[in-house]
Design a protein around this ligand. Structure first.
Ligand code: 13P
Length: 251
C-alpha cells in the first residue's frame, strides 16, 4: 500500500533558533505517529541543526532544492552529497516558485531527480498549473508535459523512490484550496499517466501529495480522496499547532 507522507515546506523562513524551537516541539507532539511519514524541509543553512534535534525521531528531513553536480566550481549551489551530509533524506524538486523565479525547467528537474536518486535522496517532484492555464482548460496538458518530461528515463525501481506533489499554483499561499474533487481529478490523471509511462503496479505504488493552502480544516477531506496520499504544506507547516493538526488529521 502507498505510504501517506505529510511534508512541511518551510520555504525561506526560520532562523536556526526558530527551527530548533519548532522541531523540538514537533518531535514531542508527533512522537506516537506511525500511520504517516512526516517530513520537514527547512532552509539548507539549518538542516544540520534540525538533524541534531531530530535524531531518534519519526520526523524525517528534506531539503528544498539541489544542484545536479556533486561538487566543483558552482558558486552558491548545494549538492546531493552535501544535503545528505547535513541530514536530508528527501529533497523537493521543481517547486513552482523555483520554476517561476529561478528558471527551473522540466529538463533541469529531470537532472536534479537523477542526482538525488544517485545519492539516495527521495525526490518530491512538484507539478501544477497556474490560474490562466486552469481557466483555459490547459491544466491536463501542462501537467502531462511536466510529468512526462520531468520523469523521463527512470526505471521502475527509481520511480518507486519518487513522490509527486500536485500543487496548483493558484492555490499556493492564496488560502484558495483546490476542492477535494478538483484535486482528486488531477491526482487520478497523474496516476493514469504513470500507468502509460510504466504500468499499473508502479502507478499504484507512488505517493502523490496535494499542496496548496492545506490547513487543519481541509486535510481530512483531501486525504479521504482515493488518489491523494499526503500533503506538501507551506504556510501551515510553520506553526506547531497547525502542522500537528494536519499530521494527525491525515492519520
Ligand atoms: P501553502 O500551503 O502556503 O499554500 O504553500 C504550498 C506550497 O507551496 C508547499 O510547497
Amino acid at each position: 500500500m502507498r505510504k501517506t507522507v505529510i511534508a512541511g515546506n518551510w520555504k525561506l523562513n526560520n532562523t536556526s533558533k526558530e527551527a530548533i524551537e519548532l522541531v523540538t516541539l514537533l518531535k514531542r507532539d508527533l512522537l506516537d505517529i506511525t500511520e504517516v511519514d512526516i517530513v520537514v524541509c527547512p532552509v539548507s543553512t539549518v538542516l544540520a541543526d534540525v538533524r541534531d534535534v531530530l535524531t531518534e525521531s519519526n520526523i524525517k528531513i528534506g531539503a528544498q532544492n539541489l544542484f545536479w553536480e556533486d561538487k566543483g566550481a558552482f558558486t552558491g549551489e548545494i549538492s546531493a552529497p552535501l544535503l545528505k551530509d547535513a541530514g536530508a533524506e528527501y529533497v523537493i524538486i521543481g517547486h513552482s516558485e523555483r520554476r517561476q523565479y529561478f528558471g527551473e525547467t522540466n529538463e533541469t528537474v529531470n537532472k536534479k531527480i537523477k542526482a538525488a536518486l544517485v545519492h539516495g535522496l527521495s525526490p518530491i517532484v512538484c507539478v501544477g498549473e497556474n490560474l490562466e492555464q486552469r481557466e483555459t482548460d490547459k491544466a491536463f496538458d501542462v501537467i502531462e508535459t511536466q510529468c512526462r518530461e520531468s520523469l523521463a528515463g527512470f526505471t521502475a525501481a527509481e520511480m518507486k523512490k519518487i513522490i509527486i506533489a500536485y500543487e496548483p499554483i493558484w492555490a499556493i499561499g492564496t488560502g484558495k484550496t483546490a476542492s477535494p474533487d478538483q484535486a482528486q481529478e488531477i491526482h487520478q490523471f497523474i496516476r493514469g499517466l504513470l500507468v502509460e509511462m510504466h504500468d499499473q503496479e508502479l502507478a499504484d505504488s507512488i505517493t502523490i501529495q496535494y499542496g496548496g493552502s492545506v490547513k487543519p480544516e481541509n486535510i481530512k477531506d483531501l486525504i479521504a480522496q482515493k488518489d491523494i496520499d499526503g500533503a506538501l504544506v507551506g504556510g501551515a507547516s510553520l506553526k506547531r499547532d497547525s502542522f500537528v493538526a494536519i499530521v494527525t488529521g491525515a492519520c
